[in-house]
Design a protein around this ligand. Structure first.
Ligand code: NAD
Length: 511
């Protein structure tokens, strides 16, 4: 039990200094480099998830009143465990297969799976790392050229040292654990600073990680701006930050003082382009699941706005209204399947976007709010002007504007007029349009005919481009994000060409 005095201890620059020194010492001892240490930590994370699933889901409910099923799907990303890894189904697919019109059936089916059949996304990341770690750690053979003959070369993945992970509130468990898994797999010592805006999750992490993991090399610092600033004053070997671009700039400026490399997982306005001639009901459901089914729009890769043709817009709006009502009922403010807005500041920010004169008359569905309970209903706006506030900043909430264009190809210019988004989605059956989209729209990731699913594919990198971030992670990319790729060239004393050495005479060339 901590004494009153200990509880009140502030985490300042001095404390941060002591902490980094401890981490540097333990890293220098070589402890975190060994395969065995990495594997044991990863296995302990799986154990922690198994033994404390309820505590974690409860914390998420307290922080965001996240629906339990959504917590399990996204924070824990339920996967059906089947013998062949490549055949693993993501639960989102199962949900789609069963159709979210029948949540009771889905819940019933889920309840039927036992703990070891249902893996969490965090557990899934761990399982993958445990399975692949030996291969990831192995030196990669590299080709050499005639110029260096005789020689051989390889690339060694070397841990970076002491790394800092700063995570955000919207998926507080996943966004803390996923980078942490990468940092462990790569053999680093680390500090995790969870978001103060998700206090229950932050405190669960601060309690559980030291119980399960090696607390001499994996530390948790809870706190807000002052604690993060104290950590940012220190020299790190990498900083991995998830959050908004304003703080991203602060992180990068602090890192620049020590020439520390950064991964910045930021956000942006992720567009959805909806072409004609598609199955509008399936497209609508996939948009809804990606928008309101992801933390009620408070997700970095949630659809931010839709662009469709004038001809298509009415059909799309009708379909969205119909499906939204089927999913969340006639009074969505009371739906148990929608998260609340994280806090009153974000609630005020979102209502300001809705109340701007330019957009207030454009609501075609929703708009209801309940300030006392921080709830905002799924809201669709049609024909908002591009110069409105809602089209200028990342919405990060349950509001979805729809812009219309005469030709679907005109949507590309609208997207390109803004900063590069974290994700971009296109619904079409037109092969040429797909190609044009991929060629002309730059985004962190793209999904064709669905939304948000790239997050669950660990064989592709997850990260932004331009203002949506730099660097990437997930799967092997997480290991790479926390490793230095050390080039090693091997030579022997055989075949020493005198041509290399001065004096450089023509005579040597003729030899
Ligand atoms: P947040 O408020 O939780 O902030 C993120 C972290 O920054 C926290 O740990 C916080 O303590 C720290 N922080 C805040 N102000 C600071 C300051 N002045 N100095 C130093 N540290 C500070 O989260 P947020 O920024 O509101 O998160 C939402 C944003 O994050 C959105 O833009 C979203 O798109 C983005 N996001 C990106 C990803 C991704 O993977 N790319 C994931 C989630 C969220």
């Amino acid at each position: 039990m901590a004494t009153k005095e200990e509880e009140n201890t502030v985490f300042d620059v001095k404390a941060a200094n002591v902490l980094t020194k401890e981490l540097r010492d333990v890293f220098a001892s070589g402890k975190t480099r060994s395969y065995e240490w990495r594997i044991s930590q990863l296995k302990s994370i799986v154990k922690m998830c198994d033994e404390h699933e309820e505590d974690i889901v409860d914390a998420l409910r307290l922080d965001l009143s996240k629906p339990q099923l959504e917590s399990i799907v996204y924070e824990h990303s339920v996967m059906m465990w089947v013998p062949h890894y490549s055949l693993a189904f993501n639960l989102m697919d199962i949900l789609r297969l069963f159709s979210m019109r029948k949540p009771c059936l889905v819940r019933f089916c889920l309840a039927g799976y036992s703990g070891n059949e249902i893996l969490t996304m965090v557990k899934n990341s761990c399982t993958l790392a445990i399975k692949e770690l030996k291969r990831w750690m192995m030196p990669e053979k590299a080709k050499t050229s005639l110029t260096t003959f005789p020689s051989s070369a390889e690339i060694l993945s070397e841990p970076l040292g002491a790394v800092l992970i700063i995570s955000a509130w919207n998926y507080p468990f996943l966004l803390s654990m996923d980078p942490l898994i990468g940092a462990i797999a790569a053999g680093n010592a680390m500090v995790l600073k969870p978001s103060e805006l998700a206090p229950a999750s932050s405190s669960v992490l601060a309690k559980l990680l030291p119980e399960y993991l090696d607390c001499s090399s994996i530390k948790v610092v809870e706190g807000a701006v002052s604690e993060t600033s104290a950590l940012l004053e220190q020299k790190w070997d990498k900083i991995f930050y998830t959050g908004n671009g304003r703080v991203g700039r602060i992180v990068m400026a602090a890192a620049a003082k020590h020439l520390t490399p950064v991964v910045l997982e930021l956000g942006g306005k992720s567009p959805v382009v909806v072409d004609s001639g598609i199955d509008i009901q399936i497209a609508t459901r996939r948009i809804i699941v990606g928008k309101w089914g992801c933390n009620n729009g408070q997700a970095c890769i949630s659809p931010d706005y839709i662009i469709t043709t004038k001809d298509c817009a009415e059909k799309l709006v009708d379909s969205l209204k119909k499906e939204l009502e089927a999913f969340y009922g006639k009074n969505p403010l009371e739906s148990k399947d929608l998260s609340r807005i994280v806090n009153s500041n974000h609630f005020a920010r979102l209502t300001k976007l809705l109340d701007e004169d330019k957009v207030s008359g454009k609501i075609v569905y929703g708009g209801e709010r309940d300030e006392a309970n921080l709830r905002i209903a799924p809201t669709i706006l049609l024909g908002v002007p591009q110069n409105s506030l809602i089209m200028k900043e990342e919405i990060f909430g349950p509001l979805l504007p729809i812009l219309t264009v005469s030709k679907i190809e005109d949507s590309f210019d609208i997207i390109k007029s803004g900063t590069k988004p974290l994700a971009a989605y296109l619904f079409t059956n037109n092969k040429k349009l797909k190609e044009q989209f991929l060629m002309s729209v730059s985004a962190g990731g793209v999904v064709i005919n669905d939304t948000t699913l790239h997050l669950a594919v660990h064989s592709v990198p997850f990260g932004g481009v331009g203002e949506s971030g730099m660097g990437s992670y997930h799967g092997k990319f997480s290991f790479d994000a926390f490793s230095h790729k050390k080039a090693v060239v091997y030579r022997s004393f055989v075949g020493d060409a005198s041509l290399r050495y001065p004096p450089y005479t023509l005579g040597k060339l003729r030899m």
